[in-house]
Design a protein around this ligand. Structure first.
Ligand code: P6P
Length: 337
């Protein structure tokens, strides 16, 4: 019917029809979206829902837990257990994997950061949820953590919801990247940004500058050239943004270009980086690459990193392809000396 917008469900049904899929992914995503829509409502109500503030507890990452961190995590687990599509789940907020009762078990694995950037919640800055979907290895009924340790190239779907001025879902199932905006009155996501593309060139970088004294030489070289702007070798001026909410920074980059960097540095070298591979770097890298961008640790394509543990951290440099390639080149030059 003309004038009616395409819903997320209709979009996914069309995708599965084109791929002769069995439609399980569509049903699984509906459960994930129920969690995200509920989180969106909690974030939207803020203190009116008593949703702000910290619990005084720490998660497995040693980070202070906000009330909404725990509520979002419980929502993801609740909404995705009885649907019958998952063999297991992994969450930033859970030390070990989350098992699914045998009667509900399906063929997929869901990994998620239920509320990314939650330190911004109390100051009313955009936050989001990030999720990644893998297949459960054949012949495995009750998966172990080992079964989750698949490289990012194995993802069948990745997405994030950004709870900003509007709530948007950005999703890839391996055939491009598509953006959906939630209509609160209807409670449905509608296709608003089909086939999103990351511009290859940019004049905008995102990094936490307070870590500058800890950076490795190739990162310092790149940022100093950006800061020199048209007076330096880049011959163009740059702008800087840092929301300290990966979902918000990545959404800006997928919307207008840019490069996001959370590189390894002396302060976090022993941890391997700041951001988590399985439910932050991998899903965001799948989305960025599907939109024509690039994503690297500085020394390796992130999607090809072989995970060794569930909450493994990695350096992240992602966004406009030409900029990521330049930064990787600087790492290669530095490592060659
Ligand atoms: P910093 C949020 O805690 C997060 O995991 C990402 O969303 C964000 O990009 C990063 O950490 C911010 O880190 O050191 O600037 O607070």
């Amino acid at each position: 019917m003309s004038g009616y917008r395409t819903t997320l469900t209709h979009f996914l049904i069309e995708e599965q029809r084109r791929r002769q899929g069995e439609g399980v992914l569509t049903l699984l995503l509906a459960d994930v979206m129920t969690a995200c829509k509920t989180i969106s409502d909690l974030v939207d109500h803020g203190e009116l829902a008593g949703a702000l503030g910290s619990l005084g507890t720490e998660n497995v990452q040693g980070e202070v837990q906000k009330k909404l961190d725990v509520q979002s995590n419980e929502l993801f687990k609740f909404c995705n257990t009885i649907g019958g599509h998952l063999a297991g789940m992994a969450s930033e907020e859970e030390d070990d994997i989350v098992t699914v009762p045998a009667e509900y078990r399906g063929r997929y694995l869901l990994l998620f950061d239920p509320l990314d950037g939650s330190s911004n919640i109390d100051v009313n800055v955009s936050v989001g949820s990030i999720f990644s979907i893998l297949r459960c290895p054949d012949g495995i009924d009750q998966p172990t953590a080992e079964d989750f340790l698949q490289p990012g190239t194995q993802q069948v779907c990745a997405g994030y919801t950004v709870y900003g001025p509007s709530t948007m879902l950005v999703l890839t199932t391996g055939d491009g990247v598509h953006g959906f905006t939630m209509d609160r009155n209807v409670g449905e996501f509608f296709l608003t940004h089909p086939d999103m593309k990351v511009p290859e060139e940019t004049k905008e970088f995102a990094i936490n500058m307070s870590n500058m004294r800890h950076w490795e030489e190739p990162v310092r070289r790149y940022i100093e050239e950006c800061l020199a702007g048209s007076t330096g070798p880049r011959e163009k001026d740059f702008n800087m943004r840092w929301v300290a909410s990966m979902v918000a920074d990545v959404h800006r980059i997928i919307s207008r270009g840019g490069v996001f960097m959370y590189p390894i540095d002396e302060k976090i070298r022993d941890k391997g980086g700041k951001l988590r591979l399985m439910y932050e770097a991998n899903p965001m890298s799948f989305i960025i690459e599907q939109a024509g961008g690039a994503s690297s640790t500085g020394r390796q394509r992130i999607l090809e990193v072989q995970p060794s543990e569930l909450h493994q951290r990695v350096p992240v440099i992602l966004g406009s392809k030409k900029e990521v390639e330049r930064i990787v080149g600087y790492h290669q030059e530095a490592d060659a000396t």
